[in-house]
Each structure stands twice: as C-alpha cells, then as structure tokens.
Ligand binder design. Structure first.
Ligand SMILES: Nc1ncnc2c1ncn2[C@@H]1O[C@H](COP(=O)(O)OP(=O)(O)OP(=O)(O)O)[C@@H](O)[C@H]1O
Ligand SMILES: [Mg+2]
Length: 410
C-alpha cells in the first residue's frame, strides 16, 4: 500500500485541455533540456500525437526563462505565409512586451515608431490575408528587421509547423510552401537575427511535409531535433498515484492497482493515463464499488481509451500511409504493422522474412531498412537494440490498430 493521506492537493483531470499549475505534471527536465538547447540552436520538438508537446510549449511560453520574451502561436489552421506574418505581428502588437521594454530602456526612436505604424497600417489596412499582390517576403523581412533592433532575446514557439506547410501547398501552391521554407531558413540562419530563437512543434512527420512540397531535408537540417518521450516510469507512477488520490479520494492506493493502470497503458502518456483513470473511477462509482479492480480497469480501457478518445487522433496514422508512401510501400508497411501489433514484440529477422514474402519487386535490404526507419521516425514502432526487435511505441496505438485495422489486404 502507498499511503498518500498527507500529500498536498494533487492534479485534476485536464483531458483535452492544456494543463496549468498543479495539473501540469512533471516535464521540468524536458523543459530544462529544451532551454539549454535553445540558447545556441533553433529546435524542432516532435513526438507522437497526444504526448504533450503543446503543453510543454505553453508552459515555456508562460514561464519565460533565461531572459527570453516568448511568443507562442499555433499555425495548424493558417494557410499562407501572409497569415504567418500577420500572426507574428498581431502577437507582438497585442502583447506589447517588446514595446514596453523598449520604452523603459529609452530605445524607441521616431523612426522605429514610424516603422511599426507603417507595418500596422499595411497589415490592418490592406488586409494582408487576402492581398495576393503584396509580396509577403517584404512584409516579413520588415517585421523581422524591426525585431532584430530589439536588444533582448526573443523566443517564438510555433506549434504545428509541418501541418502549416501542407496547408500552404493545399490552398495555394507547392512553390509558395517551398518559398516559405526557404525564407524561414534564411531568417533562422541570419547572423543579424541572433537575438531570435525558434522552437517549432509538430505532430506529423516534418520529413513527409517537406517531401510533399518538393523540399529536401536540408531546408530544416539546421534545427536541433528533440523527440519528446512519454513520462519516465517513475514520473508516470507518481502521476497515477497523485491522480487516484485527488480524483478518487483514496487515502491509500494498492500498488497493484497503480501497476495495472501503468501496464495497461504501456508507455506512460499522461493523456491516456487520465482517460483510463477517469473512466475506471466512473465505472467503479456506477457499480457502487469503493475500490478499483483489474476487471474495471480493463473494461474502461477497451470501452473508452480505445473508443472515442483515440479514434480520431490515430486515424491520421492510418490514413497517412496512403498519403506519404508509394502503393507498394504502403502495402508492405501495413502488413508489417499488423504483424507487429498482433505479436506485441517481433524480431527484426521475422519482419524481414515477412517482407521477403510480400515484396513484389526485387528483395532489397535497403528498402526493408528504409521502411523500418520510416515507421520508427513516424512514431509507430520502436526498436529494441538489445533483442533486435520491434514493438509499437504505445499500447494504445497497437490496440487501436488491432481493433480498427487488423486486416491483411491481398
Ligand atoms: N505534463 C502534463 N501533465 C498533465 N497532463 C498532460 C501533460 N502533458 C499532456 N497532458 C495531457 O495530454 C493532453 C494532450 O497534451 P498536448 O495537447 O500537449 O499534446 P500534443 O503532443 O500537443 O498533442 P497533439 O499531437 O494532438 O497536438 C492534454 O490535454 C493533457 O490532458
Ligand atoms: Mg499539440
């Protein structure tokens, strides 16, 4: 038994919302690591869906450190570079941090104010979002130049950039998406702009977004890639105990129940831990019980975690196989994923044998290794070097696959 009777008030459920204050569990070491990297580099923060990227970026934005002034924006629904520029501009204008700071330090010159005003008028007055005639690069460069005059450090946290790239290509053209990537790279690399750092986040593989718009990986190879993992086992365990105590009003929690929750979810992802605990507690109350059991937890997992909670989030993982891979590759990949989901853990040699059976072109080690590298980079599976084997990155995605896509296409 773990006795928590004297713990301070713990975290509540924040399913689907951005956790704040005591609801934002852990992640301090991840944030420290990000900040350490950001001092010298721009960063691409990437992870499987629902792992907590936006939560971390939000915490960094709301608790700036190392003298950074932070601006965060989500570009998932933005569709053009113009929109991007307007968004940066509006963030800065609305926030006023920079203007206030410069005022205090007597840094604002008349020329400076004129430029800001000019920008404001051109953005608001001409409605940049619609104005195709305006070259967005001029506007963007004006804005960035203005920022370079600021003496402090600025950190832009941009969520869902890969999706934004795809949006530009879809709503305008691949060329425009390419131009934006080019401009963004120049800005990141300009020594004049060394006071500006970029932390870019994304749930979909950035490599695929680049390929889709005809760009190469060198367009982003200056970014330092940080892959966000689930909680460590220790942090996951503490989180489960704290949630059960707070939300279940338990004073003592059997460690077997904590272990059952953790082993059901597999990798400790806070989103899925919360859903499982919430639904297990609901089921316990509905049954007029006062303790959780393995059966209640299992039922809640199959009914709720694999149901609505994951359906929409993971559909993308299935759909993108047809969007990103060629027909043959898609078929081989789906077969490999079904087999891995069915077996739980599978030796690489077994998967290679399977690949040889289903390959319609010449069998190639390189092609097999490329496919395995792609599905690892895209957060489907992880490789265990000790046993030379693969398994799904999360139990939830594995079980979701088995529930919705346990089909072998001939
Ligand atoms: N550190 C945390 N503490 C508590 N809950 C968290 C934490 N991080 C994430 N969560 C939970 O997980 C959910 C998803 O988090 P978040 O939106 O940050 O993930 P994401 O990786 O940005 O997801 P997506 O790929 O869908 O954009 C949140 O609504 C919250 O319930
Ligand atoms: Mg997010």
């Amino acid at each position: 038994m773990v006795d928590h009777a004297n713990d301070e008030e713990g975290p509540s459920f924040v399913i689907g919302n951005i956790p704040k204050g005591r609801n934002m569990w852990g992640r301090d070491s991840e944030i420290d690591n990000l900040l350490k990297t950001i001092i010298n580099d721009n960063v691409l923060l990437t992870a499987c869906r629902r792992f907590g990227k936006t939560s971390i970026m939000t915490k960094m934005n709301e608790n700036p450190r190392h003298d950074f002034i932070c601006f965060m924006f989500d570009v998932e629904s933005r569709k053009s570079p113009q929109d991007f520029v307007v968004t940066i501009f509006e963030k800065i204008r609305d926030d006023g941090k920079i203007v206030t700071f410069l005022n205090k330090a007597n840094k604002i010159t008349k020329e400076f104010i004129d430029r800001v005003e000019k920008l404001k008028i051109s953005v608001v007055g001409l409605d940049l979002r619609e104005n195709k005639a305006l070259d967005w690069r001029d506007m963007a460069n004006d804005l960035i130049n203005f920022l370079s005059e600021y003496e402090g450090k600025l950190l832009f946290l941009i969520d869902e950039l890969p999706q934004f790239i795809l949006n530009i290509a879809k709503h305008h053209s691949k060329d425009m998406a390419y131009d934006f990537l080019n401009w963004f790279r120049e800005v990141r690399q300009s020594s004049r702009l060394s006071n500006i750092r970029w932390l870019v986040g994304g749930s979909i593989g950035v490599e695929h977004a680049l390929t889709k718009v005809g760009a190469k990986i060198h367009m982003i190879n200056d970014l330092s890639i940080i892959v966000l993992k689930p909680f460590s086992n220790k942090v996951g365990k503490e989180y489960v105990e704290a949630l059960l105590k707070k939300e279940g009003n338990f004073t003592a929690i059997p460690s077997s129940i904590v272990d059952k929750i953790l082993s059901t979810i597999g990798s400790p992802v806070p989103y899925f831990l919360q859903i499982l605990i919430k639904e297990s507690l609901n089921a316990m109350n509905d049954a007029d019980e006062t303790i959780l059991t393995d059966e209640i937890i299992e039922e809640a997992y199959h009914k709720y975690v694999l149901g609505p909670a994951s359906k929409t989030y993971f559909q993308h993982y299935y759909d993108r196989l047809s969007g990103y891979y060629d027909k043959d590759e898609e078929k081989i990949t789906k077969r490999i994923l079904v087999e891995t989901a069915r077996k739980g853990t599978i030796l690489k040699a077994e998967l290679f044998n399977l690949y040889k059976m289903i390959e319609t072109a010449d069998v190639s080690d390189t092609r097999f290794n490329d496919i395995m590298a792609n599905i690892e980079n895209d957060f489907y599976v992880i490789y265990d070097y000790k046993n030379d084997s693969y398994r799904f990155l999360t139990n939830v995605l594995k079980d979701w696959w088995l529930r919705y896509h346990n089909i072998i296409e001939e």
